[in-house]
Design a protein around this ligand. Structure first.
Ligand SMILES: [Zn+2]
Ligand SMILES: [Zn+2]
Length: 397
């Protein structure tokens, strides 16, 4: 099976690269991927796909396609995100962005092209597939407050799905390698805010006021004790105060202070735990200081946690494709991904496909204005998509 998939992916490599170049030249921002969606639909139909679900959250972006929709047995989902970033491309490749306000600087153009390649190969193998496969072309990954994954899940994209996998091209890893991790791969990214109400007054008469600036200052320090004193030192967490705003001028004590920041961690329980501890300290400390705290915590994205068993099996399956030494267990990354939302619902695996190639000058970080993907890795990603879907349906994942 591997040989059949690999040979077909190699055959299709130039076409898959040309799809990527098209998407790269025509990037679209989060929830605006309408032309990308139109092209994906056009190609899926040309491969023989019939019943497509098009659109997400009332917008004409995002596609769900099923293989063997009526076949009994397991269902595996393959996911690709489609959006670009609001930045200007500075590279000079022949397929560079035609839109000065958008750029595929994270490689989602490659994700769409690779899932299309897999869609084509799996369609050719449809009758032989031992179950169902669902393809998720997801809008809006780069805008965490408006996650496309969350919208697709709300519209039942995971109904009847047993397992899921996704790939992210990853320039810190060399082309031809695959990065995996049993357990957490990427961090949660949440946002918190706190309004501290005091009582304003004259800067020279503090005893007649209740100073929210002092309470906010003490709170910055007190919040640091959560990570240093309350969380198990073997767990990892970041608590950042990113913004404080209060007051107008030197001789006025203001009525209120506003604070906001982020919390990141790799563990779902630690994430819940920190929220409660922050609230306790914010409310308790402000009360001590005669102020009132209104503490709000917004869960934006959970940590991206691959099922440990599936991640280990996916790594083993990938070795014949990448080579024994090219499948690497990697340390976690403090960035976040909305793939995490699928992985919270069903077991699955998220993998990093190396695309760093110094010989071709492709070493830029993701979200950099010169970022680009090594086309030579596309057939590897396509083969891996097909292999993981096949293995999951056959009970080998
Ligand atoms: Zn990104
Ligand atoms: Zn990305």
């Amino acid at each position: 099976m591997l040989e059949r998939i690999r040979a077909r992916a190699r055959e299709l490599a130039p076409e898959i690269a040309s799809w990527r170049h098209h998407f790269h030249a025509h990037p679209e921002l989060s929830f605006e991927e309408t032309e990308t969606t139109r092209r994906v639909v056009e190609l899926l139909r040309s491969f023989g796909y019939e019943h497509l679900r098009i659109g997400t959250a009332g917008l004409p972006t995002g596609v769900v396609a099923d293989l063997n929709p009526d076949k009994p047995g397991r269902c595996h989902a393959l996911r690709a995100d489609m959006d670009a970033l609001p930045m200007t491309e500075e590279g000079t490749c022949p397929y560079r962005s035609t839109n000065p306000k958008a750029m595929h600087a994270c490689g989602h153009d490659a994700h769409v092209a690779m899932l299309l390649g897999a869609a084509r190969i799996l369609k050719e193998m449809e009758e032989d597939l031992p179950g169902r496969v669902r393809l998720l072309f997801q809008p809006s990954e780069e805008s965490p407050h408006r996650s496309g994954a969350r919208a697709m899940i709300a519209e039942n994209a995971l109904a009847g799905v047993d397992t899921i996998s996704g790939l992210h091209v990853w320039s810190p890893l060399e082309s031809g390698t695959l990065g995996y991790r049993t357990g957490p791969l990427m961090a949660s990214a949440d946002q918190w805010e706190c309004t501290i109400e005091g009582k304003g007054g004259h800067g020279g008469l503090p005893h007649q006021a209740v100073d929210p600036v002092v309470a906010a200052s003490l709170l910055v320090g007190a919040l640091q004790t959560i990570v240093s004193r309350e969380i198990n030192p073997l767990d990892t967490a970041v608590l950042t105060v990113g913004r404080i705003e209060a007051g107008i001028t030197f001789n006025i004590i203001p009525d209120r202070a506003e604070m906001m920041g982020t919390v990141r961690t790799f563990d779902r329980d630690v994430r819940k735990d920190i929220q409660a501890r922050m609230r306790r300290i914010a409310e308790g400390l402000c009360e001590t200081m005669r102020c009132k705290a209104d503490f709000r915590y917004k869960e934006v994205l959970p940590p991206t946690v691959s099922d440990p068993g599936l991640a280990a099996k996916a790594a083993a399956l990938a070795k014949p494709l990448f080579g024994e030494d090219n499948v690497l267990e990697i340390p976690p990354v403090m960035a976040a991904e909305d793939m995490s939302l699928y992985l919270e619902k069903i077991p699955g695996v998220f993998l990093f496909l190396g695309t760093g190639n110094a010989a071709k000058g492709l070493t830029q970080a993701h979200h950099h204005p010169h970022f680009d993907v090594d086309d030579d890795v596309l057939p590897l990603g396509v083969s891996l998509h097909c292999l993981l879907a096949w293995a999951s349906l056959a009970g080998a994942l």
